[in-house]
Design a protein around this ligand. Structure first.
Ligand code: ATP
Ligand code: MG
Length: 411
């Protein structure tokens, strides 16, 4: 049996799987178990080798079980990839109470109506994120409960994923014997861990630079304004280095990790790396400034795509709380200054925004932020309400009161 105060998150990434176990007592959460296993069964967020992925998930769970001493039966699982889409939607309902007072049930119904948009076929709705409610066509408010009117509308962001990607992920998790409490678009869970309310109120964008993908979510006035996934990540930098220097991928990865820098102008033009130092089969020399130019070009591409997406969707890109970077790709030296320059915003690496203890050294490592975020998302589950509900209360204001809506996905 699962202990009531235990919550678990599983991050199924393109390079690794992380299982995070948290124990919550007296309002404080302690990370008591972390499992990490390498995974080669995923390409661009889609499972291409189910057996490999199932055994990697199982290995990660086993390690987290050993460390925590808990038997894991259920978890919140993250999903991200280029198959994710964020679109605007509107729901409209007539208010049912004879006195016109808007009750919880009206809010639920209007959000259900927003979910029933004619999305493209073969897509699953993962989240409905209300932005504004409108009463009788004119009064725009954040929280309609207790107000009166005849007609209630909601403007929402709907996050959808391709059915195939969802089904294969659900199937892989099922095969490990673990029950899935919720399937969560990963950056939303990271926001729970890395962003505070003030940042979300004044405007902030969280960017997770993973191996194969870069996921982002922006907030303004406490609400999500846009989110998405760019099909480019840190692995592309490694590929570019391998092509640019004509080396194998392992050597290119080592060069990136040991000597990579994101600001070429700050690298002395005379700084040379003898490749024989890293691989005895190599005898060429490379200019470290050239390596930095390769890195800068890819990171700029990622940031430009995100900026374009913000502009295309009429989202404000002047976000005073700036860019919060996370994911393994954010560990490259010089990335903060490059982000500031390209995004024209303040920038920093995401750190825990909430009180959390245990395994402190891992808390600040960007590769763990999704796993920890998902564990925190799992912590929000309401006991006694079954497995089909989610609560965005840690993410945004009005939805504190708007629960449920998770569409349970069957394989
Ligand atoms: N110190 C570092 N400097 C530069 N890059 C790094 C560093 N550490 C890790 N990386 C890169 O981060 C990437 C892995 O990041 P992460 O663990 O966030 O990916 P993932 O979650 O498996 O992938 P995805 O989010 O795309 O599913 C790898 O490409 C790796 O080369
Ligand atoms: Mg990731």
């Amino acid at each position: 049996m699962r202990e009531a105060n235990i919550s678990v998150g599983i991050d199924i990434g393109n390079t690794k799987i992380i299982t995070c176990v948290g124990k919550t007592e007296d309002g404080t959460t302690d990370i008591i178990g972390l499992g990490l296993s390498e995974n080669q069964g995923i390409r661009k967020g889609v499972i291409v080798d189910i057996e490999e992925t199932v055994s990697a998930i199982s290995a990660s769970i086993l390690e987290a079980e050993r460390m925590s001493g808990c038997q894991i039966t259920h978890a919140c699982v993250g999903i991200s990839g280029p198959f994710i889409e964020c679109e605007q939607s509107k729901g409209i309902i007539a208010i049912t109470e004879p006195n016109g007072v808007i009750v919880d049930e009206d809010v639920r119904r209007v959000i259900e109506a927003a979910k029933a948009i004619p999305t493209k076929s073969n897509r699953e709705v993962l989240h409905v994120l209300p932005q504004n409610f409108i009463i009788d066509g004119s009064e725009v408010i954040k929280d309609p409960l207790g107000m009166t009117g005849i007609r209630l509308e909601v403007l929402s962001n709907i996050i959808t994923a391709s059915s195939n990607a969802v089904k294969s992920l659900v199937r892989a998790v099922e095969q490990t014997g673990i029950g899935m409490n919720e399937l969560v678009f990963s950056p939303l869970s990271q926001a729970k861990f890395l962003l505070n309310k003030r940042q979300m109120d004044i405007g902030v964008i969280l960017i997770d630079i993973g191996a194969a993908t870069t996921s982002y979510v922006a907030f303004e006035e406490g609400e999500i304004t846009i989110c998405g996934v760019v099909p480019v990540g840190s692995q592309h930098i490694t590929n570019d280095i391998a092509i640019g220097l004509r080396t194998n991928l392992d050597l290119a990865e080592t060069i990136k990790l040991k000597y990579g820098y994101a600001m070429p102008d700050r690298v002395d033009e005379k700084e040379i790396l003898e490749l024989s130092k890293l691989d005895k089969n190599e005898d060429s020399q490379v200019k470290l400034r050239y390596v930095a130019e390769i890195i800068e070009a890819r990171l700029n591409e990622i940031f430009s795509i995100i900026k374009e997406n913000l502009a295309k969707n009429d989202c404000n890109d002047a976000l005073p709380a700036g860019v919060i970077l996370t994911g393994g790709g954010a560990k490259i030296d010089g990335i903060i200054d490059l982000t500031k320059e390209t995004m024209r915003l303040p920038a920093k690496i995401g750190k825990s925004s909430i009180e959390i203890s245990g395994l402190i050294d891992k808390l600040d490592d960007p590769i763990y932020s999704t796993g920890i975020g998902l564990m925190l998302w799992d912590r929000e589950r309401i006991p006694g309400h079954g497995n089909f509900r989610f609560d965005l209360s840690g993410v945004t204001g009005v939805v504190d009161k708007v629960k449920s809506l998770f569409k349970h996905i069957l394989p």
